[in-house]
Design a protein around this ligand. Structure first.
Ligand code: PXP
Length: 249
């Protein structure tokens, strides 16, 4: 029988772009830590941050402050490089999501190619897990990637919803079906399934409805919407759409 517990879905709020605005002028404002605290009060279950090689949004100090001062899980997105794995190992966030990273991209374009790079990714997973960090791989909703992820023992995968978010009409519906079917495969192979990228008030409902997904990570839209309605209202509205998709409110 379904109960509230197995219907629950966490909202991870990515606050990178608060730091993007801060960095546009240098200095300390707006403060990502302040944003994280407001996000939690508004319903964020997890705070997500992406430390990029070029530190274009959050920097090392932001990550340290958030880990030390927040009492919700901190999910750190990083590329699978020695520098980033060592940084995460030392900082010990609650979870790490390994993402592909190209210096010239505007955002994380596409998922990690686990099929191709599993020999490089597997030891990084092992090192972080040995430190007690929950590790996820950010991948396309493709069975070959899911199978490769399972074969190297990662406990979580985050399915990339960017293609779904960029499409409309039938193409969007096809991508939704792909995410739905592949989330089932993730669970069948014994992993936890998360999803994210490009989610908005308009497209989140159908993704949140997929019962095999237990966490969504959402950033850019929420920080943009905060300009118009405030970060707290933007998060409250997102959370209420997500919970209503599970009939939890
Ligand atoms: N999940 C992962 C792994 C990401 O890299 C990002 C972008 O940093 C997101 C989710 C959030 O995407 P968006 O900012 O488009 O909501």
């Amino acid at each position: 029988m379904e109960n509230k517990k197995n219907k629950f879905i966490r909202l991870g709020v990515n606050i990178d772009h608060v730091a993007t605005i801060r960095n546009a002028r240098g200095g300390l404002k707006p403060d990502p830590l302040r944003a994280a605290k407001i996000a939690v009060d508004a319903g964020a279950d997890v705070i997500t941050i992406h430390l990029r090689e070029d530190r274009r949004h959050v920097n090392d100090q932001d990550v340290e402050n958030l880990i030390q001062k927040m009492n919700v899980p901190i999910n750190l997105e990083i590329a699978c490089t020695d520098e980033m794995i060592n940084f995460a190992y030392n900082q010990k966030p609650n979870s790490v999501c390994l993402v592909p990273e190209k210096r010239e991209e505007k955002t994380t374009e596409g998922g990690l190619d686990v099929v191709k790079f599993q020999k490089k990714i597997a030891p990084a997973i092992g090192k972080l897990m040995e430190r007690g960090i929950k590790v996820a791989l950010f991948i396309e909703p493709e069975y070959s990637q899911i199978e490769a992820a399972a074969s190297i023992g990662v406990p979580v995968v985050e399915l990339h919803t960017g293609t779904y978010s960029n499409f409309q009409g039938n193409l969007m519906l096809n991508e939704l079906k792909k995410i739905k079917n592949n989330s089932k495969e993730v669970v069948k192979l014994g992993m936890e399934c998360h999803a994210g990228h490009g989610l908005t008030f308009d497209n989140v409902f159908e993704i949140a409805k997929i019962k095999d997904i237990v966490e969504l990570n959402i950033g850019h839209f929420l920080i943009g919407e905060a300009i118009f309605i405030g970060i707290d209202n933007a998060i409250k509205e997102m959370k209420s759409i997500i919970l209503s998709s599970r009939n939890l409110i």
